[in-house]
Design a protein around this ligand. Structure first.
Ligand SMILES: Cc1ncc(COP(=O)(O)O)c(C=O)c1O
Length: 410
C-alpha cells in the first residue's frame, strides 16, 4: 500500500515527465487578463486545507493554462533558458535535502559541490584559474555583488566602517547605453548615485567605444572625480553585442580601475571555439557575472559571480557576528559563502549545475551552444538578404560567424 507521500511524489513525477515530453503541444503563452486568472482561484485564506490531490488539480487545471512555457521550442522571447529536465529534477532533490549553503560546517557535501561547480564554470569560460565565487539568484545579483567588491576595493577609505559619505571624491562607473539596467541599479543600491554611472557611447555595432571611454575617464579625473570601474558586457541584452573586452581590460589596467564583465547572457558562448577569441578577456576580468539559467539551459534561479581575487570579495562582504563565527581552523572546513556575497541562507542552486554537467558532460552542451549560434547566424543572413527587414545592430555573437558587413567595424 503506497504511502500518501509516495502517491503525491508519483503524481508530481508523472506531471514533470508529461510536461517535458509534451511541451511543444502547449500554447506558448496565454491570452488572458489578471481578472480572468484571479476568477478561477478560490482566494479565501484556507483555514482547512483541501488536500494535496485537489491542490495538484488546481495546479494543473487552473494555474497551468495561464503559464507561459519558456521551454517551448518556439519561445524566442528575451534571454530565456528552456530549463532542462535534469534541472527540474535536481531542484526537487535540492529542496528535499533542504541544505542551507551558508558555510562548510552547515552543509559539508553540498558546499564542496558548489565549490566544484563554480570551478567548472570558471574553467568552462576561461576565467583566471585563481577565481572563485558562488551562485546567486541571477545576473542582477551577480552584477551587484561584483560592484560591491569593486567599490570596496577601489575606495580610498575603509568604506565598510566609514560609509560612502566619507568618500573624498565621487566614485565613477563606466557602462554603455547597451549595458543591462541591473548594473546601473546596483550602482544606485550601493549609494554611488546614478549621476556617477557614466554611459560611454557605442560604435555602429553597439559596442562600447574605447576612445570615448578613455576620454571620459580623463575628463572625470580632471573634474575631481574618482573613476573606479569599467563594466564591459559579453552579450548585451538588446543585440548580443560583445564589447571590445581586451581593449577595455587594457584601459582598466592603465587607469587602475576594476574590470567587470557582465557575461550573464553571452558567457557560455565561450564553449564554442569560434567565440573563444572574442571572450579571451574573461581571464583578465576582476569579476564576471554569469547566468547558468540563461545559456547553460538550467531552470531559474541560478546566477553566478566570479572574483579573480576572492580576498577582495571578502573585504566587501565579511562581517563578524557571534552566530556566524567559524570555530574550525582548517581553511577548507572554515570556508563560508557569506563572505562572498550578500546572502546568508542560500538554497542548493549548485546541485542542478553539477548534476547537469556531470550527467551529460560538456560535449552536448557545447554542441547546443554552437547550434544556437548557427540558428542566430542563419536568421541574421535571412534578415540581411530580405528587402523587408533590416538588421539594426551588428551582433557580436552572430557576426563572428558571418562575413563582415560594411560599417560594422572589426
Ligand atoms: C546582459 C544581462 N545582464 C544581466 C541580466 C540580468 O539577469 P537576471 O535576470 O538573471 O537577474 C540580463 C538579463 O537578461 C542580461 O541579459
Amino acid at each position: 500500500m503506497p504511502t500518501e507521500l509516495r502517491q503525491w511524489g508519483e503524481a508530481i513525477l508523472d506531471f514533470v515527465v508529461r510536461y517535458h515530453e509534451g511541451i511543444r503541444d502547449r500554447r506558448l503563452a496565454p491570452d488572458t487578463t489578471s481578472g480572468e486568472i484571479r476568477a478561477v482561484f478560490d482566494r479565501t485564506l484556507p483555514e482547512e486545507g483541501v488536500g494535496f490531490a485537489a491542490t495538484l488539480e488546481d495546479f494543473e487545471e487552473r494555474l497551468l493554462p495561464f503559464a507561459r512555457h519558456n521551454g517551448h521550442p518556439r519561445m524566442f522571447g528575451y534571454v530565456q533558458s528552456p530549463g532542462v529536465a535534469i534541472g527540474s529534477l535536481a531542484d526537487l532533490l535540492a529542496s528535499t535535502l533542504n541544505a542551507n549553503i551558508t558555510a562548510w560546517r552547515s552543509a559539508p557535501g553540498p558546499v564542496e559541490i558548489e565549490r566544484i561547480a563554480v570551478e567548472w564554470i570558471r574553467d568552462m569560460i576561461g576565467a583566471d584559474p585563481s577565481s572563485d565565487g558562488l551562485f546567486v539568484s541571477g545576473g542582477s545579483m551577480a552584477n551587484f555583488s561584483a560592484l560591491a567588491a569593486a567599490r570596496r576595493m577601489k575606495a580610498p577609505i575603509d568604506l565598510a566602517r566609514e560609509g560612502a559619505h566619507a568618500l573624498p571624491r565621487a566614485m565613477r562607473l563606466y557602462v554603455s547605453p547597451e549595458t543591462h539596467h541591473s548594473v546601473a541599479k546596483a550602482a544606485t543600491m550601493l549609494g554611488l548615485g546614478s549621476d556617477h554611472v557614466r554611459e560611454v557611447p557605442v560604435d555602429g555595432a553597439l559596442r562600447m567605444r574605447v576612445d570615448a571611454l578613455e576620454a571620459m575617464i580623463e575628463e572625470d579625473r580632471r573634474a575631481g572625480h574618482q573613476p573606479f570601474c569599467v563594466a564591459g558586457t559579453a552579450g548585451t541584452v538588446g543585440t548580443g553585442a560583445i564589447d571590445p573586452l581586451d581593449a577595455l581590460a587594457d584601459v582598466a589596467e592603465r587607469h587602475e580601475l576594476w574590470f567587470h564583465i557582465d557575461a550573464s547572457y553571452g558567457g557560455f558562448a565561450a564553449l564554442a571555439p569560434a567565440m573563444r577569441p572574442k571572450l579571451a578577456a574573461f581571464s583578465r576580468a576582476d569579476s564576471i557575472a554569469l547566468d547558468p539559467h540563461k545559456w547553460l539551459y538550467l531552470p531559474l534561479d541560478c546566477g553566478c559571480v566570479l572574483y579573480r581575487d576572492p580576498a577582495m570579495a571578502r573585504a566587501a562582504f565579511a562581517h563578524d557576528a557571534e552566530y556566524t563565527r567559524v570555530m574550525d581552523s582548517a581553511p577548507a572546513e572554515s570556508f563560508v559563502f557569506w563572505e562572498y556575497g550578500p546572502e546568508l541562507s542560500r538554497r542548493f542552486r549548485a546541485l542542478k549545475v553539477w548534476m547537469f554537467l556531470r550527467a551529460v558532460g560538456l560535449e552536448p552542451i557545447r554542441a547546443a551552444v554552437e547550434k544556437d549560434l548557427a540558428c542566430a547566424a542563419a536568421l541574421a543572413e535571412k534578415v540581411d538578404a530580405s528587402d523587408d527587414f533590416e538588421r539594426l545592430g551588428a551582433c557580436g555573437v552572430v557576426d563572428r560567424l558571418l562575413p563582415p558587413r560594411p560599417g560594422a567595424g572589426a
